[in-house]
Each structure stands twice: as C-alpha cells, then as structure tokens.
Ligand binder design. Sequence first.
Ligand code: RM4
Ligand code: MN
Length: 388
Amino acid sequence: MQDIEAVRAALRAQRIETPSWAYGNSGTRFKVFAQEGVPRDPYEKIADAARVHALTGVAPLVSLHIPWDRVDDYAHLAAHAHEHGVRIGAINANVFQDDAYRLGSVTNPDARVRRKAVHHLLTCVDVLDATGSRDLKLWFADGTNYPGQGDIATRQGYLAEALAEVYARLGADQRILLEYKLFEPAFYMTDVPDWGTAYAHCLELGPRAVVCVDTGHHAPGTNIEFIVAFLLSRGRLGAFDFNSRFYADDDLMVGAADPFQLFRIMHEVVRGGGLDPAAGVNFMLDQCHNIEPKIPAQIRSVANVQEATAKALLVDAEELAAAQRAGDVLAANAVLMDAYATDVRPLLRELREEQGLAPDPVAAYHASGYAERICAERVGGTQAGWGA
Ligand code: RM4
Ligand code: MN
C-alpha cells in the first residue's frame, strides 16, 4: 500500500508552469480565430496566468517568449507578476521569426546571422537576470528542407559553438533547457531533432545544460517514458513542455489525446525521484488553444497533469518491484493498471478544499465573472498572438 499522506504531500508540493502564449490568440497556418478578452500585452497575459494559479493553487509560474513578450523593463514586469501572486518562469528564446533566419539561426551558413542569433540568446540571459528566472529555454527551428542544402556536421559545429557561448554567460543558478523536435519547420533535416542530440550537446556543455522533453515532438509510437527515465537517471531531465498530439506537433491540451501515456510518463518521473523539487524538473505546459477558451483550457490542463501525477503516486512501488523480481509479468502490469484505473478526482478535490480553493476550478472560473470582465475591459488595442 502506498502511504496516502506521502501522496497528498507530493501533490501539494507539485508546481506546474503555464505559458504566456497560451493566453494569446493562436491557430494554424489556415486560420487564427480571434477570441474576445484576449490579452493585449504581457501584463495582461500574466494577469490571466495569475487567475489560473488563484484557482488551482499549483501554477505560480509563467513562461515568457522573447520577443513575443518584449517589454522595456523586465524587472517591472516581474514586479507586476509578483503583485499578482505569480513569478516569471522559463524564458523562451525565439530565433525563428526574423527574415534573417530563412536558412537557420545559430546554424546559418552566414556568420553574421549566427552572431545575430547568439546575440539574441545572450539578451535573453539578461532577461533571466532582470526577472530572476532560472531557465533559458532554447528551441531552434533550424534545419534544411532539401538534401544537400546544408552540411549536417558543419551545422552541428555551429550549434555547439553557439551553445557554448550562451552557457558561458549563464549565472551560477541559471540553466539552459535544450529542446528537441523531430521535424517542422525544417522537413528534411532538423539540427536538434531528438533527445540523443540534445543530450549529447548538454553533456558537452556541463551540468547546467539539461533537456526539455516536449511531449508533442516525437514520431508516433515513440516510447517517451523511456526517454524520461533515461534522462532522469542521468540528471539531465530539465523540463517538460506538456501538450497532446494526435498526428504531429498539435499543441493540444495535455492528457487529452492519450492520458495513459501521460500516466506512464509521470510514473517514470515518480519512480526516478523527479517530483522532488531538488531534481529540478520544471513541469511546463506548451499549448495553444485555437478554438476553445484559453483560461479554462489551461486550468483543465493543470488538472490533467495533477490527475496523472496522482495516479502515478498511487502505484504500489514495493508490489511492483516484487512482481518484477519474481518475473510475474501479469502481476507487474496489474500494479500499474490498478493505479491508472483509480479515480483520483475526489482526492484532488479534497486537496483543493483543504487549501481553501473551490473543488472544481473550471466551474469556479465560470462562476467568477472573470471572463465577462476581460471581455468588457480589453477593448481596443492589438490582441496578443504569435509574433506579438
Ligand atoms: C516550438 C516549441 C517551443 C515553442 C514554440 C512556439 O515547436 O515547442 O517550445 O515555444 O513551438
Ligand atoms: Mn515546446
């Protein structure tokens, strides 16, 4: 039997970070459907993130994307977050939306473009300093569309050089989260396509370079929990970008497409000690809400992560280990399935009530009048979206 008090304590301690871009307008390359009440600037995005935290009690951090969330005074933005009861989390460096990056950013064949990209990454470290953030998240859209377009090994060298320069600039408590992605926007070859490449670069850089696993960035059928278990065992699992995919990088709500996969991932996290804050795993969401209302979708996503975590915590580790030692295949599998089949929603409702929160945060959001208020107040100006 699992110690239920330990399960409760672990759930109370878990923190989930929400992304500023989830609150802005988003869509596909076919259409962006604007929504009423969407934030016009990073200050309003942070206010929405703070709502999610106020209702869930476990989401006190919000990631920024630079330049989407560019402001003149980042310390002021951090103070605004603080006033709203949240903090700035990971800083996502965006080097994929400037015309100069057509052939890549840090792996561009032109040294001047590489310099421009590295300069932006270094500027993002300044943002970390100003906001007190720990993590610089690097995702590169770099790659090639056609065989022969670029030299793969040369580009790996450029990547290593750029990463080394940024790593050298980090403060003692700051980290690089290196994210990988199988394909898109480059379709033939991507410069950081998989966890192995990210891990190899992190090893070369040093202990404060760790891998970010975006759950949407794998080929169908990939055993993501293996990747999680491996990286965690080597001290290199830095963060998750949680979301759901049916086909490619769909960025849908975490736990929506395959809640069982999310459970299996969280089982490896629990098993490997990744829930302990000392392990340094940052549980972030990287989602876009194209057709559904954004704030309740974030609340639901936070709850989905909590549910998967609760189920993973309920796995009877001793019984599982005993069945594995005995080679009892069916018993071992049953231990996992029993935990997965448990309805943990009553437990989570109880934990929320203990904290003085409403047991159903989505219902509480709808009852709060916040949605009506932002629709009435946020009139005029330019709504935030990709690129703003
Ligand atoms: C990328 C990657 C990054 C995210 C951008 C918007 O595919 O997942 O983490 O910041 O999209
Ligand atoms: Mn991501």
